[in-house]
Design a protein around this ligand. Structure first.
Ligand code: CP3
Length: 379
């Protein structure tokens, strides 16, 4: 298979300026220049480093568990009123600078014709995994409109946060979708995986089918992201959670072209893109070639080294080890300080964890991190 070359975008934000954001034809929230989170995504100066957390609405939070007692995960995702409430509650309780819409990476599977469920303790399960070129040919790309419930939830969150907060800042609203590789891995493996044997086998042995799968995913994801932007998402985060399973050569040959195409398509909707994966230290220079405005760093790479690898003309998001939230206040404060020092006050840093908050995490720890970031910025 020929190695496609991906043109390096030197202006990663696809010329997204604050004015584009404010004037984009959505009529919805348009935080744009009034949001320190959005400004940081565009590497513009901010009054202080914005902070939010991956999986900030999740099982560690009693308010979420109270809702989960009465509804399944999918019911919450598909009820815009409840999804919005869960999103808003988490953001307000933590005092963060951005709210990520409550949804799940796998929702697009349903409109593509794949049934799945979340099995307690085991994670997602796709009932009939995709294994052949015929399976891929059968995937539908014409029903992305049926994902409109996510956009509807974003509309409600945007309406709630339309007013600036007490400090004059407008909370950033994050929409999201999976990246083609990570979604393909769930489709092909049928769930979580250790070695990605089925995924890589299909990628290596049936490159044309793999290519078709990437393209079909991108069609659906591009439309899905547009719905979210039109409803009021200020930024789209693309989760490539399991890209770290790939060698640099495989990432470059089989994954980068489709991912870069998705990033460009989403930027074409007029918003910055955050591109995130786990265990990506060696992939960072290649991930940068997607053209994403901001690259999410996991905690295994020191933030300064990660930013160097990504290049200082991109933003970075991260990268406290989520398990640090189980440490005592002193060590936690020290680790937050280290991340902030490594960021060195450069524009384009968004404070976050290196991956999602895990169940059992003390909520006070997450709240403390927000305080520590503010304290550090205040000098
Ligand atoms: O505030 C938030 O970030 C919550 C919104 C959110 C969820 N899933 C809800 C959810 C987001 C951003 C996701 C993305 C997601 N989903 C990813 C990418 C993020 C990452 O962690 O890298 C992935 C890989 C998935 C797929 C998925 N969904 C898995 C692997 C699991 C099981 C995880 C487990 O620990 O059991 C889920 C379920 C899920 N999605 C939960 C939540 C809050 C927990 C289960 C529940 O509430 O029943």
């Amino acid at each position: 298979m020929q190695i496609p070359s991906v043109a390096e975008t030197t202006s990663p934000s696809a010329s997204v300026s604050s004015s584009t954001l404010v004037s984009r034809a959505t009529g919805a929230s348009s935080a744009g220049a009034g949001s320190r989170f959005v400004r940081a995504c565009l590497r513009q100066p901010v009054d202080r480093t914005p902070v939010w957390f991956l999986r900030q609405a999740g099982r560690y939070m009693p308010e979420y568990m109270a809702v989960r007692k009465h509804h399944t995960l999918l019911e919450i995702c598909k009820s815009p009123e409840i999804a919005a409430e869960v999103t808003i509650t988490a953001a307000e309780k933590l005092g963060v600078d951005a709210a990520i819409i409550f949804a799940d990476l796998l929702l697009p599977f349903e409109v593509m014709g794949l049934d799945f469920e979340f099995v307690a303790g085991e994670g997602p399960m796709v009932h009939k995994p995709v294994r052949t070129a015929e399976d891929i040919a059968a995937l539908r790309t014409d029903r992305a409109a049926d994902l409109g419930y996510v956009a509807e939830a974003i509309g409600k969150v945007a309406a709630h946060f339309r007013q600036p907060r007490a400090d004059g800042d407008q909370l950033g609203i994050i929409g999201f979708c999976g990246a083609p590789f990570t979604l393909a891995s769930y489709m092909i493996e049928g769930g979580s995986s250790r070695n990605y044997v089925e995924t890589k086998t299909l990628m290596y042995r049936q490159p044309a089918a793999w290519q078709m799968l990437m393209e079909k995913l991108n069609l659906v994801l591009t439309e899905y992201a547009l719905q979210q932007v039109e409803a009021g998402a200020d930024v789209i985060q693309i989760f490539d959670s399991w890209a770290g399973a790939l060698s640099v050569a495989d990432y470059r040959e089989f994954v980068l072209p489709a991912t870069a195409a998705l990033v460009r398509a989403v930027q074409g909707h007029g918003v910055p893109v955050i591109y995130f994966g786990v265990d990506t230290a060696s992939l960072l220079p290649t991930m940068r070639e997607t053209g994403a405005d901001v690259i999410g760093l996991d905690w295994r790479v020191p933030l300064d080294a990660g930013w160097e690898a990504v290049g200082h003309n991109r933003g970075v998001q991260g990268n406290l080890d989520p398990i640090t939230l189980f440490a005592g206040p002193e060590l936690l404060r020290q680790r937050v300080r280290e991340v902030m020092e490594q960021a060195g006050g450069r524009p384009g840093h968004i404070f976050n964890l290196g991956h999602g908050i895990v169940p059992g995490t003390p909520v006070e720890s997450a709240q403390r991190v927000v305080e520590y970031v503010r304290e550090f910025c205040a000098g």
